[in-house]
Design a binder for this molecule. Structure first.
Ligand code: ATP
Ligand code: MG
Length: 247
């Protein structure tokens, strides 16, 4: 049985069908990929799987249990973490909280919470272990804003890992990265592979082909092909789409 499964998802926004008959299965311990052109419905699919949108029809199953329509918080509590296509670290907060958290008074309070965190040796050890996993140990004490873009991506993945997820969704992790950054990110994801179930949406087919155990191709809101990277390379549609330049 797959760890996470979508069965026959349908979703429309007003008069636009965005997902149609989407069925996906992610096996425990595997790295699964989702690819497809701009506007195909990939991020919307993640949003349904992680509880941001309710599907009009279909089911989402976690370890065989029906979790369709549960809130993002309830789904996160099951052990499902995600990164966002656009960096958006406060997505789980309300609109009010996004403003409140940016106010200096809140930041000052956050410093107090941090002082308590530093006093907890088990917490400090766990945070350092995560930093080592994402290759940021040497920058542990640098302000986050000083990190180059690729390292920010690694930090985002670290933040997601801090939720101790069983499954990690990454939406276009290579967005905005040059070839160097991509190579480093691929190394990081390869290291994580096996210890955690990962699902990646990615435009960069070479990146995905080098990492994934299985890939689903979404186009016009439908899954049009599925298989191992080797099988997909031989797929006429993927070939016709001109590897690496799908858009
Ligand atoms: N909240 C929304 N309301 C209405 N339409 C939406 C909404 N979110 C997405 N869409 C539309 O649904 C379609 C699929 O969008 P989605 O963001 O899922 O595509 P994607 O495959 O992730 O594309 P990209 O590769 O550009 O990130 C698009 O036409 C988009 O405009
Ligand atoms: Mg997207």
């Amino acid at each position: 049985m797959a760890l996470f499964e979508a069965r026959d998802l349908h979703l429309r926004f007003v008069d636009r069908v965005v997902l149609e008959n989407v069925s996906l299965a992610f096996e425990a311990g595997q790295l699964s990929g989702i690819m497809g052109p701009n506007g195909a419905g990939k991020t919307t699919c993640f949003n349904v799987l992680t509880g941001r949108y309710k599907p009009d029809r279909g089911q989402v199953l976690w370890d065989g249990q029906d979790i369709t329509g549960r809130s993002p918080q309830a789904i996160a509590r099951l052990g499902i973490a995600r990164s966002f296509q656009l960096m958006n670290l406060f997505d789980e907060f309300t609109v009010f909280e996004n403003i409140a958290i940016a106010l200096p008074q809140t930041r000052a309070r956050a410093r107090n919470i941090m002082a308590q965190a530093y006093a907890d040796p088990a917490l400090v050890d766990e945070a350092h272990a995560i930093l080592r996993r994402v290759g940021l140990e040497s920058r542990a004490d640098d302000p986050a804003k000083s990190l180059p873009y690729g390292a920010r991506r690694a930090l985002e993945i670290g933040v997601a890992l801090a939720c101790r997820p069983k499954l990690l969704f990454l939406d276009e992790p290579t967005a905005g990265l040059g070839s160097d950054g991509r190579a480093r990110l691929a190394d990081l994801i390869l290291k994580l592979k096996g210890s955690i179930t990962i699902v990646i949406i990615e435009h960069d087919m070479e990146f995905l082909f080098s990492l994934a155990d299985q890939i689903s191709v979404i186009h016009w809101g439908q899954v049009i092909a599925k298989g191992t990277p080797a099988a997909l390379k031989a797929n006429p549609w993927v070939e016709a789409s001109n590897l690496g330049r799908l858009n």
